[in-house]
Design a protein around this ligand. Structure first.
Ligand SMILES: *Cc1c(COP(=O)(O)O)cnc(C)c1O
Length: 370
């Protein structure tokens, strides 16, 4: 059993993927070829957003989103401390300062009340200007956009959705990548919609933001190739990766259904030692991860049981970002964000990918039920 099984997926999709790649080899437009535009159209339709733009990866997607919003040095960007490093790194890369926020213990997503308190504190301190919130949809579950949008509006800051783990998720019937002012995702191979290399996308309904993003991803290009009007990046999605994603999109809905069904089957068979992941009313997760915390035993004991049964597991994330060595200079310490620190100490993930069969599910449930 694999934690994420791209081989089984390829067995299903091989003819389609090969046909798509062959077409790219034949036309030879490896940078910004026709498949990129075709994919962007599909992604926009899928998420119900006017503009979807392919970029080189999910980290650049966040940096580009912040650049398009005009955020940079002297600006504070509020990010959850419990996420993948890239969420905060993308903020630092464009010269702004990440301000860490604790998470909600039920959903593992950024706590809206914590964001509001931090925005007030930063505004009062007067050193940085509060400019944006980045909400991460951790493990595939959308953050609380209803409350976050109110906080953002009250304090006139932008709301950015980091949907790297949640492509395909939904909240009140709206798809992930349609929340806030601008959204970003990643097509890293292990994400819910992954390509065969690095890839990402930025989403917005705002025509002006979209025009800036189009320029920023190609060195701040102006009206013609060697007229540069902004300091941008070299961050395009390869045509071959777009072609692969177009093939994968044809089965994506059924993969989402399979992930949902796997999560339900595992949830139904959890023993008293574990609580099922909490999915609030109106939310649908993309199930990038099926993450659990042991109620009584310690994580090492539980993981040893899975290892003995030859079931792969992973830990996302053992260290909240405010305790990362790279952010030592920001002056945070242990105890600053108690919920994230508690969760990081005992959370772990088991396979939930769409190509698990009944035998795999039985084996995972067997280890979780005891
Ligand atoms: C994977 C991930 C990213 C970065 O995506 P890459 O494509 O690997 O650069 C950003 N944020 C979160 C929450 C992620 O999980």
């Amino acid at each position: 059993m694999k934690f994420v099984d791209l081989e089984r997926q390829y067995q299903v999709l091989e003819p389609d993927i090969r046909r798509r790649i062959d077409a790219v080899m034949a036309h030879g437009r490896f940078i910004m070829g026709p498949e990129v535009g075709e994919l962007e159209e599909r992604l926009g339709e899928f998420c119900g957003v006017r503009h979807a733009l392919g970029v080189a990866n999910g980290t650049d997607a966040i940096s580009l989103a912040l650049m398009a919003l005009g955020i940079g040095a002297g600006d504070a960007v509020f990010v959850p401390t419990f996420t993948f490093f890239a969420t905060a790194e993308a903020v630092s890369l464009i010269g702004a300062t990440p301000v860490f926020i604790d998470i909600d213990e039920a959903t593992y997503n950024i706590d809206p009340a914590g964001v509001e308190a931090a925005i007030r504190a930063v505004a009062d301190a007067g050193e940085l200007t509060p400019r944006a919130i980045i909400a991460v949809n951790l493990f595939g579950l959308p953050a609380n956009y209803t409350e976050l949008a109110k906080v953002a509006a009250r304090h006139s800051v932008y709301l950015v959705e980091d949907a790297a783990q949640s492509f395909g998720a939904a909240l009140d019937g709206k798809r992930s990548c349609s929340f806030g002012d601008i959204a970003t995702t990643s097509f890293f191979p292990a994400k819910p919609l992954g390509c065969f290399g690095d890839g990402g996308a930025v989403f917005t309904d705002d025509d002006e933001l979209a025009a800036r993003l189009r320029s920023l991803r190609v060195h701040g290009q102006g009206k013609h190739k060697y007229d540069n009007v902004l300091i941008g990046m070299n961050s395009r999605l390869d045509t071959i990766q777009a072609a692969i994603l177009l093939a994968k999109l044809t089965v994506f809905e059924s993969e989402l259904d399979a992930r949902q069904s796997n999560a339900e089957k595992l949830g139904a068979r959890l023993g008293p030692g574990f609580a099922a992941p909490h999915i609030p009313q109106g939310y649908r997760s993309a199930w990038a991860q099926y993450s659990l915390r042991p109620a009584t035993r310690d994580r090492e004991t539980v993981l040893a049981r899975f290892a003995a049964d030859d079931i792969p597991t992973a830990i996302y994330y053992a260290q909240p970002l405010h305790l990362a060595g790279a952010y030592r200079s920001l002056g945070y310490g242990a105890g600053d964000f108690p919920v994230a620190e508690r969760v990081a100490a005992d959370i772990f993930s088991v396979p939930v990918h769409p190509y698990l069969d009944d035998r795999d599910l039985d084996r995972i449930a067997g280890a979780l039920g005891s």
